[in-house]
Design a protein around this ligand. Structure first.
Ligand SMILES: Cc1ncc(COP(=O)(O)O)c(C=O)c1O
Length: 377
């Protein structure tokens, strides 16, 4: 269906087209100078020491687990209110994800109080996810990690250039992971980035992303080295230069796009003030956010189900989504005895993601709010 108001609109123009054509004409289309440039730009924009470009965020999370030496028998605490890849990465290395609840309907990020209760002798790390680009409570999470000697990985897929106390999200823990999937703030179709301030972790990630080989083919093609050794069981997790060239343009455009999204959010907040049955999470959030998505929570008094309301919005030409079905309820993770993420489950049943993109007009936001007022009863 062609929606009157889609959930997301790709921020592409002829700059992306020209960037790709330049790479095609250069005849070097796999990992090379563009991937390197994108990494250098990430270091500059995010004020971080090391950036490793990758095929997507799922592999960034996998590499984070590997370089932090998480292994079979270990436990890693993570939210259930996230995309399934956050938890899958833990399983890839044979460790066990232990799911923590979220704070409240006003703050959909992982609850530090619940994290504390879940720590055992086997806990080795915490993966946080900065929902919609709004930071988790990093001071508390870092303090818990410090006390129990745990590593911290930030799944910062939603939050490029979002901030917490003057730092960019994804640069606060041991490793930060980003996605450039097509509906993300920075889109390359598929793509990802691994950020760290730790040289050793960055070097391990670089080795693993390319088969554990000691040199990359671009270096060999340029005559910088002629042979290589294989010193680790690695993967092919490299980003190609076609996608990296898109990433460079998208990163240059990102600050402007985030300003526009910030305004869209303000218009939503104002328009929804008159809609009694709708809670807007993160309303008084004090830090800059990328506003990757715009979630709302229906109040418990709403009689219609969330899906009935979504169907009505759909019939009015408004595309919506739900971020996310809780991971602990998926078949491969489901364990009845462990069900008990009360807030995650209750809020999920009342959650709707509304359209959000930089060029979403005031008129459209008002139309969405008007329809919600009519349907959310
Ligand atoms: C929170 C979160 N984590 C991980 C991922 C996985 O990213 P990718 O699709 O780049 O592997 C996504 C993307 O959909 C995401 O939103």
């Amino acid at each position: 269906m062609n929606y009157k108001i889609p959930l997301f609109d790709l921020n592409y123009d002829d700059k992306e087209e020209r960037a790709v054509i330049d790479v095609l004409r250069s005849k070097w289309i796999s990992t090379g100078p563009k991937s390197q440039k994108l990494e250098e730009m990430f270091c500059e924009y995010f004020n971080v020491e090391h950036a490793v470009s990758l095929t997507n965020c799922t592999v960034a999370l996998h590499l984070a687990m590997e370089v932090l030496e998480i292994q079979e028998g270990d436990e890693v605490i993570c939210p259930s209110f996230t995309f399934v890849a956050t938890a899958n990465a833990i399983k890839y290395v044979g460790a066990t994800p232990v799911f923590a609840d979220i704070i409240s309907e006003d703050n959909l990020t992982i609850d530090p109080e619940h994290i504390k209760k879940l720590i055992t002798e086997r806990t080795k790390a915490i993966i946080v996810m900065h929902y919609a680009g709004f930071t988790c409570n990093m001071d508390e999470i870092l303090a818990i990690a410090h006390e129990h000697n745990l590593k911290v990985v930030e799944d910062a897929c939603h939050g490029p250039l979002s901030e917490y106390k003057g730092k960019k999200l994804g640069t606060i823990g041991d490793v930060g992971c980003f996605s450039f999937f097509s509906n993300k703030n920075l889109s390359t179709g598929e793509g990802g980035m691994f950020l760290t301030n730790n040289k050793e972790l960055a070097e391990k990630a670089k080795l693993l992303r390319s088969h554990g080989m000691t040199t990359m083919s671009y270096n060999r093609a340029k005559g910088h080295s002629t042979s290589y050794d294989v010193v680790k069981l690695g993967y092919n997790y490299r980003m190609d230069d076609i996608r990296a060239s898109l990433g460079i343009v998208q990163l240059e455009k990102l600050p402007e796009d985030l300003k526009k999204r910030y305004k869209v959010r303000s218009v939503y907040e104002k328009a929804l003030e008159s809609v009694n049955n709708v809670i807007v999470p993160f309303k008084d959030h004090p830090y800059f956010s990328s506003n990757y998505i715009f979630p709302i929570v229906l109040s418990e008094s709403v009689e219609k189900s969330r899906d009935e309301i979504r169907d009505m919005l759909h019939d009015s030409g408004i595309q919506t989504s739900v971020h996310y079905p809780p991971v602990h309820l998926f078949d491969i993770y489901y364990n009845e005895e462990e069900r008990g993420l009360r807030k995650t489950e209750s809020i999920y049943n009342r959650l709707i993601t509304l359209p959000m993109y930089g060029n979403l007009t005031e008129e459209k936001v008002e139309y969405i709010s008007k329809k919600l007022k009519e349907y959310a009863v």
